[in-house]
Design a protein around this ligand. Structure first.
Ligand code: FAD
Length: 470
């Protein structure tokens, strides 16, 4: 094994996902000497096998839906079909462009990017193995661990069959199956369910909990379950996957327990989307005494993103707090700000959550169920997209905006949107929750006409029973 010598840095970051690379750029902008270590491609899960690739597929599915429904808009589309290989190629081009963009930004900001697998040797030393026989030693004043997470494999017989895939494999699959069972009705599972259903695949979802997307309020869940059924997605909730067996026709048979009965589905492929586990492997955390959180899954951090060793920080999925790219990036910024001497804490009160189902869903702050559980005296204002002119021009008359306020102050403490552009509309309500704005503040703000944003305005008015168009 060769040694490539020793590099000294102010901040060494392990992992170049949205937690690590954003921290690296911010650190460099704030004047620190930054080394970023990545064993695969910059951009991490989010860019290479998560947020961006799935949204590229979602967009292809939307275009195909529009073509199928062209007649409703007075347009004629003939011989409409899907070329899944071209869909995946388009996704790869978008990902490639963004990876090159991040590499450029790192270079421009003079971040030293090392390619290889990092291991902590002691509390100030990271060893990088490039896999080709060369090891580099990095001596650092501060270290940020941003190694992300990996998909959880389901511990049932048959889960290693070639017909069974995880989300990473699904994003590379250029052949559409005729039928697909998705184990897991959380965000990733349901996004794939709508994508594949749009492309004409027979989709069944097996969810262990009593409902899909269990983090949502009941009213939002009811609406998305209805949309799923309308899209032809079969939902089995309160169901436990038991085993997968290879079938004679090259497909497989998934058996599961549902309502006390053992049932089975014959499908071409199975997609497992049962969650992700923090990636701690090979870091040697124990050797240098870094503590894990109570669940023993992720690295324990305080609200400045410090581990129990104050100059070692952890950000993103590896902390197992909230597995979202924008949370990872914000945690990365908070870590770097503290390293350079600014006193910044992580605030989780206004984290938007965007679900790219059909229709889209977005939430922020407290759900109604959480407000109730916390004993908050709250009010709810809702406004249906059926009464919004712009939504009707999109060809949609389902969904709603829901605004939750604290009754005494009128402050917006949470919101949920299901409908067109929900993932964009949530930004206004995120600002409201973060800045402690009231529903009256939104109501007093002129919203352009005709836009779907008017539904946010109307839902805010509705908290006081003053919506104009219902
Ligand atoms: P990651 O992005 O996982 O990056 C960690 C990096 O560390 C990886 O590149 C890895 O190769 C590297 N690494 C690990 N160990 C080492 C080591 N020892 N040495 C060197 N490098 C190492 N989030 C959203 O906000 N919106 C979405 O729409 C969304 N969609 C998703 C869809 C799917 C299918 C999936 C799987 C996830 C999705 N997510 C989404 C979640 C999002 O991808 C993650 O929350 C985010 O990527 C976490 O960022 P991170 O920086 O913590 O880790």
């Amino acid at each position: 094994m060769e040694s490539a010598g020793v590099i000294n840095s102010d901040i060494t970051i392990i992992g170049a996902g949205p937690g690590g690379y954003v921290a690296a750029i911010q650190g460099a902008k704030l004047g620190a000497k930054v080394v970023l270590i990545e064993k695969d491609k910059v951009g991490g899960t989010c860019l290479n096998r998560g947020c961006i690739p799935t949204k590229a597929l979602v967009r292809s599915a939307e275009v195909y839906e529009s073509l199928k429904n062209a007649k409703d808009f007075g347009c004629i589309a003939q011989d409409v079909g899907v070329d899944m290989a071209a869909v995946i190629d388009r996704k790869d081009q978008i990902v490639g462009q963004l990876v090159r963009g991040i590499e450029h930004l790192l270079k421009k900001n003079q971040v030293t990017l090392l390619t290889g697998t990092a291991q902590l040797q002691d509390a100030h030393t990271v060893i990088v193995d490039d896999g080709g026989g060369t090891k580099t030693t990095v001596q650092s004043k501060n270290i940020i661990i941003a190694t992300g997470s990996n998909p959880i494999r389901l511990p049932i017989p048959g889960s290693d069959l070639p017909q069974v895939m995880d989300s990473t494999e699904a994003l590379e699959t250029k052949e559409l199956p005729k039928s697909l069972a998705i184990i897991g009705g959380g965000i990733i599972g349901m996004e794939f369910a709508f994508i594949y259903a749009s492309f004409g695949v027979e989709v069944s979802v097996i969810e262990f909990l009593d409902d899909i997307l269990s983090m949502l309020d009941t009213d939002l869940r009811r609406q998305i379950a209805l949309s799923a059924r309308r899209a032809g997605i079969k939902l089995y909730t309160g169901a436990r996957a038991e085993a997968i067996e290879e079938a004679e026709d090259g497909g497989c048979v998934l058996s599961f327990t549902h309502k006390g009965e053992v049932k089975s589905l014959s499908v071409d492929r199975v997609l497992v989307a049962v969650g992700r586990r923090p990636n701690l492997g090979g870091l040697e955390l124990k050797r240098i005494g870094i503590e894990l959180n109570d669940s023993r899954r992720g690295i324990k951090v305080n609200n400045r993103m410090q581990t129990n060793i104050p100059h070692i920080y952890a950000v993103g999925d590896v902390t197992d707090r909230i597995q979202l790219a924008h949370v990872a990036s914000q945690q990365g910024i908070v870590a770097v700000e503290n390293i350079v001497g600014n006193d910044v804490v992580m605030d989780y009160s206004a984290v938007p959550n965007a679900l790219f189902t059909q229709p889209e869903i977005a939430t922020v702050g407290l759900s109604e169920a959480e407000a109730k559980a916390q004993g908050i005296d709250y009010q709810v204002g809702t406004f249906p997209f059926a009464a919004n002119g712009k939504a009707l021009t999109y060809g949609t008359n389902r969904g709603m905006v829901k605004v939750i306020t604290e009754k005494s102050s009128g402050k917006i403490i949470g919101a949920g949107i299901i409908g067109p552009q929900a993932t964009e509309l949530i930004a206004e309500l995120t600002l409201a929750v973060k800045q402690g704005l009231t529903a009256a503040d939104i109501a007093a703000t002129i919203h352009a006409h005709p836009t779907v944003a008017e539904a946010v305005h109307e839902a805010s008015l509705a908290t006081k029973g003053l919506a104009i168009h219902i």
